[in-house]
Ligand binder design. Sequence first.
Ligand code: MN
Length: 258
Amino acid sequence: MSSLSNSKRPLIGCTTYRKQVNQLEVIGLNAPYIEAIIAAGGIPILIPLSLDDDAWRAVFDRVDGLLLPGGGDIDFRRYTNEQQAELRAIDQDRDRLELALTQTAVAEQKPFLAICRGHQVLNVAMGGTLWQDVYSQMPNAVMHDFSSPYPRYHIGHTVTVTAGSKLAHLLPDRTIPVNSIHHQGVYELAPGLAVSARSEDGLIEGLELPDHPFAVGVQWHPEGMYQHYPMMLSLFKGLVAAAANGNGARGQGDNGAK
Ligand code: MN
């Protein structure tokens, strides 16, 4: 995508986290997400979680694509009445904003890449449910939570990519080693979503919407891998390319392809 002129480089809206660092409250996003979007030819735009409905809608209308990054757990009340495990780092503003953004991006065909928590947000936004804790709930689960002290690029397990899926077009092999930094996972698949990858224990590690320009979810962290495994940048390139196409369709650029 480096051949795109600056005026056509797509804007990728990225949701953020809020956390306390020393005595400061910080709104931010881990640098590798931002750097991966830039490396793929996009321009990241950070979206604060506290925006009201009019404000996030104004951002949504201006950006060409979205990134839903990793983060803490979704409040179980968003998909069930029953708490089954200890949840981590619930943020009601983040749940509210990301679920609304995702539902709008699905309805209005806005390209998005959903990573880790984002992959789970996609399933919940469309009516699916989660394993609240993979280890204590899912029979025969392999280890999925390689958080610190493991480096972010540590290979946790492999995934098998579904032939013919959008993900299969982005990645070169059917069986792919991935990192794994999560304790929750997709349980009941939402209507309309297709499974594009599973780990060896059967856990759903890739999701996509077949009739959408680019709605791709992955349970692993490609932003933490691409410096060591360059093929993982292709997920961000796919997002940026789909977002750039949307640009043209709205008449800001070359509309001649179709
Ligand atoms: Mn995993």
